[in-house]
Write a protein that binds this ligand. Structure first.
Ligand code: FAD
Length: 401
């Protein structure tokens, strides 16, 4: 009589655990093993979302949700319809983990602690008798009738494999997949801030304002909060651009120009100020929509003297001010990781995977989930959602459901 089917999950992170738990739950006739190369489990979950774990995002329309994935938008649409935000909320709820929504749509455990998610996964894994081997790095996979996973301490056999090893900017990370003849899109960083070393704007550190940022000579453009930092610019708009233009910015070695439009209607705004406050000093103008520090910075940037009033501005000064307000040019010199929160653009080419089952089209019985795939998103809980969605799909397929 044939024994229990053995499923080996490579990677003890978010996607690996979610896949393992659901395989064991959906098909108790399987023997599920997680192999984790380090001595820690779920280490990214632990530090995620500043220690609170931004589990998902309250965006319930799969189409709208998919827009947040610069890599994977089209391919994830089907899987997100199948196991989306509502499903993960319910999955956690069924296990006593309540999630809450913040104003910007990000969802966290109500406990405000990533440990709640870790405890839930560890408890489920224990209940389902999933065996976990730590400090076990998979170095090579071969396949005869079944799979052989070569680790430092020997060979582990498996009937099916789920690869949930996450992303990494080092190509070596993907070597064992390359050796299987799988196509890996060269990994590069995503989610970073723009460096403006020793730029006068560094003094505005901590200030945040809505603006449109456009990468020069490209179509990459975003509107929303821009945050000044002591090294350059950050905030949701910059992070979104860094994700959407990750490949372009990498090709430019992170030396590039961008323009900020702080105000759409700069021309009419200046006209209005000149009419209303003709004899008032320009730098002393008090504006509800622009903080004082920022206004002073704009005036300096437009080289307008402190003794100039609105009526006395000459044509060149008006043009310079208009330029600063509507098309303020910057040259970025490098990037900085956002709060150590980064994801990898690149990984297993999505064309190599059947997105209905997450099974490799080239190697039967080999499944993929999480960030090892060429899928990544902007910040906000979307990266974990991709991990839950792809893992669940793989689990269903493996369980024959
Ligand atoms: C600091 C930080 C904060 C983040 N916060 C958020 C957030 O709040 N919300 C969000 O949506 N996303 C967040 N992200 C992104 C999110 O953490 C990842 O997208 C997610 O963890 C991917 O899950 P994964 O299981 O695919 O990979 P991982 O979580 O990276 O897990 C992969 C596991 O596989 C192991 N492994 C690797 N190679 C091997 C091998 N050869 N053999 C055995 N084991 C191996 C690794 O050691 C690791 O434990 C954050 C990322 C970082 C770095």
């Amino acid at each position: 009589m044939k024994g229990k089917e053995k499923i080996v999950v490579i990677g003890g992170g978010a996607s690996g655990f979610f896949a393992a738990i659901n395989i064991a739950r959906l098909n108790p006739q399987t023997n599920v093993v997680i192999l984790e190369k380090t001595s820690k489990l779920l280490s990214k979950v632990k530090v995620s979302g500043g220690g609170r774990c931004n589990v998902t995002h309250a965006c319930f329309d799969p189409k709208e949700l998919s827009w947040h994935y610069p890599r994977g938008e089209k391919e994830l649409l089907g899987p997100l319809h199948h196991f989306g935000v509502g499903d993960i909320i319910e999955w956690f709820e069924e296990r006593g983990v309540e999630l809450k929504v913040e104003e910007d749509g990000r969802m966290f455990p109500s406990s405000n602690s990533s440990q709640t998610i870790i405890d839930c996964f560890l408890e489920e894994a224990k209940k389902l008798a999933i065996s976990i081997k730590m400090s076990t790095e998979v170095l090579k996979i071969t396949k005869t009738n079944n799979f052989q996973l070569q680790c430092k301490d020997g060979v582990i056999e498996a009937d099916k494999i789920v690869v949930g090893v996450g992303g990494n900017s080092k190509e070596k990370h993907y070597e064992f997949l390359n050796e299987l003849g799988l196509n890996i899109i060269a990994p590069i960083p995503s989610l970073f801030t723009f460096n403006l070393p020793k730029h006068p704007s560094n003094q505005l550190m901590g200030l945040s304002i809505n603006a449109t940022v456009k990468l020069k000579a490209t179509d990459f453009e975003e509107y929303g909060p821009v945050l000044f930092t002591h090294w350059g610019m950050s905030g949701p708009v910059i992070l979104k651009l860094s994700a959407k233009a990750a490949k372009y910015l990498f090709a430019k070695s992170y030396q590039f120009e961008f323009a900020v439009c702080w105000m759409d209607n700069a021309e009419s705004f200046i006209e209005e100020q000149r009419k209303r406050y003709g004899n008032k000093l320009v730098w002393k103008t008090s504006l509800s929509e622009i903080p004082k520090r920022l206004w002073t910075y704009f005036i300096d940037r437009a080289s307008i003297a402190s003794d100039k009033n609105w009526a006395d501005l000459n044509k060149e000064e008006v043009e310079r001010l208009e330029q600063v307000l509507s098309n303020d040019l910057y040259t970025a010199n490098g990037k900085t990781t956002f709060k150590e929160e980064f994801v990898t653009c690149g990984g297993l080419e999505l064309g190599e995977v059947n997105m209905k089952t997450m099974e490799s089209k080239k190697v039967e019985g080999l499944y993929f989930c999480g960030e090892v795939l060429d899928v990544d998103a902007v910040t906000g809980g979307f990266n974990f959602q991709a991990a839950w969605t792809t893992s669940y799909r793989a689990a269903l397929a493996i369980s024959g459901k």
